[in-house]
Design a protein around this ligand. Structure first.
Ligand code: MN
Length: 347
């Protein structure tokens, strides 16, 4: 008699299903929950939160409020929320002290990039960033650093529970994986690819096109112009200062563009938003680590995150915004091994 050897697909199905069932059992006695994304949420965190709320509604009839801190800045992300009618809301501090269970997506507790209050333990943390030691007290943890997106984790939950994502949700999750992995080209695993294909069949591709080619406000071009005029080259590194921006994501948009400059291996963009300096760093060399450099730039005086080729940070400052930006730029030039006199204007 042969023992039946389960195939890998079946094993994966059972493992994910058991994990989701454990999450659902923790939520069985709750009619209302809060799903919290990281601050200034991106498509991965927005779609993951929405997918999780759909899962809870479909399986337990549990209602959820999807909340975020900061703002949704990028034109594409705003278009995503509007065109797909994603029911999310900017959180007030009181929203997070209601005693309802809090589920974190695309972030982890007390790491400085979400609104979770210091005295509140979340019921769940579902994320793909490197695991943080804070997580030990969280009853349900699903941290998958090998995955390129949290939307991949949530898509597997839906798949394992046979909960069909409606086209708008499939579109959102697809866009979440697409942006976090740059279309599976960056830090993507086989799991991301399988989820991507699963969602592609279900997504509304004309709407996705409208999101990706969203109209840009005039301010976008104003800041971009300033960024290009102020860009300075130091060997293989390019740095620019945007001054005050209307939304913090703008720093990342500029860094993404400058990283494409021929000969540039490092691109740093520095902006001011409120009382914080926002940093966004890119490197084109996968052997280099943007996360380590951003840690050195922030040097204990702010928060920093990211890994591999992309990283970001924030530093609260007092005094003049111009000199705060300049200090960071000079520190970066020094870390890169150049001196201020090496500066060459980009244009
Ligand atoms: Mn993500």
């Amino acid at each position: 008699m042969h023992r039946q050897v389960p195939n890998r697909q079946a094993l994966r199905y059972i493992t994910v299903r058991r994990r989701v069932e454990r999450l659902l059992s923790l939520l069985r006695n709750h009619r209302d929950v809060v799903i919290l994304t990281h601050n200034d949420p991106d498509p991965d965190s927005i779609s993951s939160a929405w997918g999780l709320s759909w899962l809870l509604e479909s399986t337990l009839q549990t209602r959820s409020s999807i909340l975020y801190g900061g703002m949704i800045g990028r034109a594409e992300n705003r278009a995503m929320v509007e065109l797909l009618r994603i029911p999310l809301k900017r959180a007030t501090p009181a929203d997070l002290e209601t005693g309802k269970p809090i589920l974190l997506v695309d972030t982890q507790p007390w790491i400085g990039n979400n609104l979770l209050p210091a005295g509140v333990t979340p019921l769940a943390a579902i994320d793909h960033h490197p695991p943080h030691t804070n997580n030990a007290v969280v009853p349900f943890r699903d941290i998958q650093p090998r995955f390129g997106a949290t939307a991949t984790i949530i898509t597997r939950y839906l798949w394992a529970m046979a909960v069909e994502p409606p086209p708008p949700l499939a579109t959102a999750l697809f866009y979440g994986i697409k942006t976090d992995t740059l279309g599976l080209s960056r830090e993507a695993s086989r799991a991301d690819a399988l989820a991507y294909l699963y969602l592609h069949e279900r997504a509304d591709l004309p709407v996705l096109g409208a999101i990706e080619r969203a109209q840009l406000p005039p301010d976008y071009f104003v800041v971009m112009g300033r960024a290009l005029r102020r860009a300075r080259l130091y060997g293989n590194a390019v740095v620019t200062m945007l001054g005050t921006v209307g939304h913090p994501d703008m720093a990342a948009e500029v860094a993404d563009l400058l990283a494409r400059l021929q000969g540039a291996e490092w691109a740093l963009s520095i902006a001011v938003f409120g009382d914080e300096v926002i940093l966004s760093l890119r490197t084109t060399d996968p052997e280099l680590n943007a996360g380590q450099v951003i840690q050195r730039l922030v040097a204990g005086s702010g928060s920093a995150g990211g890994h591999g080729t992309a990283a970001g940070g924030r530093i609260r400052f007092s005094g003049s915004p111009a000199s705060a930006q300049k200090r960071i730029a000079q520190r970066f030039v020094k870390i890169m091994g150049f001196s201020p006199s090496d500066a060459k204007p980009l244009i």
